[in-house]
Structures are given as structure tokens and as C-alpha cells.
Design a protein around this ligand. Structure first.
Ligand SMILES: Nc1nc2c(ncn2[C@@H]2O[C@H](COP(=O)(O)OP(=O)(O)O)[C@@H](O)[C@H]2O)c(=O)[nH]1
Ligand SMILES: [Mg+2]
Length: 203
């Protein structure tokens, strides 16, 4: 599969401006600055794909990238984006929840947590919320190059412990957009989930 054949499709400022749900879709979620755009650039081997369409401080939008005729990658606005006014943050929270719950072509939610930090209350709530809503998700420990193998193991275990308290078991993949660590594993995971059912296939 050619992850490199990626193009920017649109920055959807609201849910009803998302592209028609014709292709399987994968979204990247997590706080601002956790490394979502860098990871998208790394898996598509395009250094400027995600950055160019995302001007900091502008209205938060869902940035859609298409891997040629096969699937969409969606760069979600981070939670905790300080620059947006409160009203806008609330609207976005609702919009993203609706997106995550109701987007029929969404195959897998990839949630990033900075490998150097413990998961926040927001991360934990997010894990719980996804699990109780039966949403398939995976956790990426981002910026893994910044930690020793030992410390990385500890971070992974912390997340696994938090999850197992909630009876959740999902893939946890340490990744680095700098060194490429974990990228192939993430690509394989995406491939496993590209399995649209009959009724989702475009005519
Ligand atoms: N060392 C290191 N830095 C990273 C990595 N991924 C992202 N960064 C840096 O973290 C900052 C935020 O990354 P960005 O992709 O814009 O985060 P986003 O807001 O979640 O899209 C940038 O300065 C990146 O260069 C990584 O894997 N390793
Ligand atoms: Mg970004």
C-alpha cells in the first residue's frame, strides 16, 4: 500500500463540511502539540503535508488527507487549544464527539499521548469514553525518541495499567516522527482496519 500517495483534501471547519463518507477513515486525536501532524507526515513520507494546511491560531478544523482512492487520514484539532475562544472550544468538543460517535466510515481512532508524560485525566476520560462507546482505538506514545528504552517501557506499562483498570485492551505503539520508530507497526495496524463492509463501498 502506497501511504506516500497522500494529498490534502480539505480542512473542514464543521462536521457537515467533511467529505462524503465514501472511503474508510482513520483519525489522529490528542492534545495540541503532542505530534499528530508530524506523525501523519512521517507515515506518508511527506514532510510538509500536514503542516502546510494547518495555520496555528486559525479556526480549528479537521484536516482531511486522502491516500489515493483507498482511505482518509484525518488530523483532528487538539484538545486544550489555548487560542480558541471558549464558545468555539465547546462547539468543537461537541462536534468532535459527534464525529467520533457517528462517522460511519471511521475505522480506527489513533490517540496520541506524549511518551514523556503520564496520561492526563482528559486522556483517561477519552479512553473510557471510547471503550464504553465500543469505538476501536489505539494509543500512540509519541516522541518516543526522547526517552531511553527503559523509560519507554515504564511509560507503556503506565498506560497499560490505566487501561487494564478499566478493562480495556488496545494496541499501544511507541512512535517517533524523528527516527521512524513504530511507523511500520502503525501502518500495519491501519492496513488491518481497512476493511469496509459491503454497504460502505463506493458504487
Ligand atoms: N523529538 C520529537 N519531536 C517531535 C516528534 N513529533 C513531533 N515533534 C515536535 O513536537 C512539536 C509539535 O508537533 P506537531 O506535529 O505540530 O503536533 P500537533 O499539534 O499534535 O499536530 C513540533 O515542534 C514537532 O517538531 C517526535 O516524534 N520526536
Ligand atoms: Mg497539528
Amino acid at each position: 500500500m502506497a501511504f506516500e500517495q497522500a494529498t490534502f483534501i480539505t480542512g473542514a471547519p464543521s462536521l457537515n463540511e467533511c467529505p462524503k463518507p465514501t472511503l474508510p477513515e482513520f483519525c489522529f486525536a490528542g492534545r495540541s502539540n503532542v505530534g499528530k501532524s508530524s506523525l501523519i507526515n512521517k507515515i506518508t513520507k511527506k514532510r510538509k503535508l500536514a503542516r502546510t494546511s494547518n495555520t496555528p491560531g486559525k479556526t480549528q478544523q479537521m484536516n482531511y488527507y486522502e491516500i489515493k482512492d483507498q482511505f482518509y487520514i484525518v488530523d483532528l484539532p487538539g484538545f486544550g487549544f489555548a487560542r480558541a475562544p471558549k464558545k468555539e472550544r465547546q462547539r468543537w468538543g461537541r462536534d468532535i464527539q459527534t464525529y467520533l460517535l457517528e462517522r460511519e466510515t471511521l475505522q480506527l481512532i489513533i490517540h496520541l499521548v506524549d511518551a514523556r508524560h503520564d496520561p492526563t485525566k482528559l486522556d483517561e476520560d477519552f479512553f473510557y469514553w471510547m471503550a464504553t462507546n465500543n469505538k476501536p482505538f489505539a494509543v500512540v506514545l509519541s516522541k518516543a525518541d526522547k526517552l531511553s528504552t527503559n523509560k519507554l517501557g515504564t511509560s507503556k506499562k503506565k498506560i497499560r495499567d490505566v487501561m487494564s483498570e478499566m478493562n480495556i485492551e488496545v494496541p499501544i505503539i511507541p512512535c517517533s516522527a524523528e527516527t521512524g520508530m513504530g511507523i511500520e507497526e502503525l501502518q500495519s495496524l491501519i492496513k488491518e482496519f481497512i476493511n469496509p463492509s459491503e454497504e460502505q463501498l463506493p458504487d
